[in-house]
Write a protein that binds this ligand. Structure first.
Ligand SMILES: Cc1cc2nc3c(=O)[nH]c(=O)nc-3n(C[C@H](O)[C@H](O)[C@H](O)COP(=O)(O)OP(=O)(O)OC[C@H]3O[C@@H](n4cnc5c(N)ncnc54)[C@H](O)[C@@H]3O)c2cc1C
Ligand SMILES: NC(=O)c1ccc[n+]([C@@H]2O[C@H](COP(=O)([O-])OP(=O)(O)OC[C@H]3O[C@@H](n4cnc5c(N)ncnc54)[C@H](OP(=O)(O)O)[C@@H]3O)[C@@H](O)[C@H]2O)c1
Length: 257
């Protein structure tokens, strides 16, 4: 019989960050599953009409790894799209339930994209934070970059998932700056603006105490496709571009939908 392209893993822990909207889950990890921080997994669920529990998974979606490569389990952070086929079912999983994981990790939102550079900017909206958690939990990033600025744009403060963990990391590490940005609520001491507005008016640089300099800075973008398009345009005007045909770039982008 041909070897399967996926493994069957077991949910061990579920956390609701915003009930009905944002949650994370941890699953067991196949010891052979190796990945780079910033990569994504393909997760599978059995087809909804499959009554045979040995039926192969029929529905697959991409999910960035939140967990770092050294962690024993895999962790994922997800939105619930009410009309979506996959995320409402993923949100209903409970410890002991099965989740299938494609044996191959995917994606290029990894530090390897940037062979050099001094400062790393990680810009995310919403669940785009996922990939950056894996990068932040791995020690490589702080060996590679003098300064790291993580900017997380959300609508309201309750959507600032992983905030305590990131603040704890930043509290121990003066080279790591965390900028939580809410657009529909006022966060004390922070502007109530989209992160693109803050790129355009220099607000992010002032808040981080760090210049966005194409020669020294490396930028990752992840999350809402409209944000990616707007940010790419703004950053492009300032000399940031993805790598092409073997020429290393200073911008890496991951589109979630
Ligand atoms: C490389 C990659 C990595 C991804 N990583 C994550 C992740 O870490 N966490 C995560 O929640 N999703 C992630 N996604 C999106 C994920 O694959 C699914 O699309 C999502 O979970 C919704 O699945 P669905 O079947 O319920 O709805 P779908 O039919 O897949 O999507 C329906 C609509 O929901 C909206 N939507 C989809 N995903 C999101 C999202 N993440 N945030 C806001 N709106 C969304 C879009 O308008 C989309 O057209 C990633 C996608 C890609 C391509
Ligand atoms: N969050 C909710 O309470 C809520 C409620 C109902 C439905 N939904 C649906 O859930 C999905 C995801 O919602 P979400 O709140 O997680 O993600 P989102 O809509 O991508 O918003 C996350 C953050 O990204 C910002 N943003 C959006 N477009 C941008 C752009 N072009 N440039 C810069 N920043 C941009 C938003 O600012 P703005 O606030 O300025 O848009 C917000 O701060 C959406 O399809 C939404 O319709 C969400």
């Amino acid at each position: 019989m041909a070897e399967e392209k996926y493994t069957r893993q077991t949910v061990t822990h579920v956390r609701a960050w915003v009930p009905g909207k944002l949650f994370s889950l941890r699953v067991s990890r196949d010891p052979a599953y190796a990945f780079q921080p910033g990569q994504f997994a393909r997760l599978g669920l059995a087809a909804e009409d499959a009554h045979d529990c040995a039926a192969p998974p029929g529905l697959w979606r991409a999910y960035s790894m939140v967990s770092a490569p050294h962690e024993a389990e895999l962790e994922f952070y997800s939105i619930v799209v009410p009309e979506g086929q996959f995320s409402p079912r993923l949100a209903r999983l409970r410890p002991g339930d099965a989740l299938y994981v494609d044996k191959t990790p995917f994606g290029f939102l990894t530090l390897e994209r940037f062979p050099d550079g001094e400062d790393l900017w990680l810009l995310a909206t919403g669940t785009g934070l996922s990939a950056y958690m894996s990068i932040l939990r791995d020690p490589t990033v702080r060996r590679r970059f003098r300064r790291v600025a993580l900017v997380h744009g959300v609508r309201t403060a309750e959507e600032l998932a992983y905030r305590d963990e990131i603040q704890a990391l930043a509290g121990q590490d003066p080279g790591l700056t965390y900028l939580p940005i809410a657009t529909r609520e006022t966060l004390p001491g922070m502007p109530q603006d989209r992160l693109t507005t803050l790129v355009a008016d220099g607000g992010l640089e002032r808040l981080a105490g760090l210049a966005l300099d194409p020669a020294r800075s490396r930028v990752m973008l992840c999350g809402n496709p409209a944000m990616l398009a707007d940010a790419r345009k703004l950053l492009g005007e300032r000399g940031f571009a993805p790598g092409r045909r073997g020429i290393p770039g200073n911008l890496a982008v991951e589109n979630y939908w």
